[in-house]
Write a protein of this length. Sequence first.
Length: 113
Amino acid sequence: MAKTLFQKIIDREIPATVAYEDEHCIVIHDIQPEAPVHLLIIPKRLIPRVSEAVSGDEAVLGHLLMVAGVVAKQLNLAAGFRLVVNNGPHASESVPHLHVHLLAGRQMTWPPG
């Protein structure tokens, strides 16, 4: 199976602006930002999408949310931020590698889509 774009970034085959990294995930700046702050929190282990997560993925999924909080604090996003996870083509999923969008730096509207 071919590597996803995110696996190539994790393996440093494709450059990206890294905001945070640990043994479980990497956080990069989105190259097509939808807000002044738009980061992608990506697990290093491939989980294609949330609907394909399996028993045992709970720890890494929870870790992604914890990292979102850590990065938000580092960036002084006390005014708020939004987390988005797309699942499948109808949700505008563009890379089949689960990732969490962290959006901030402007007033968010509701409903989002």
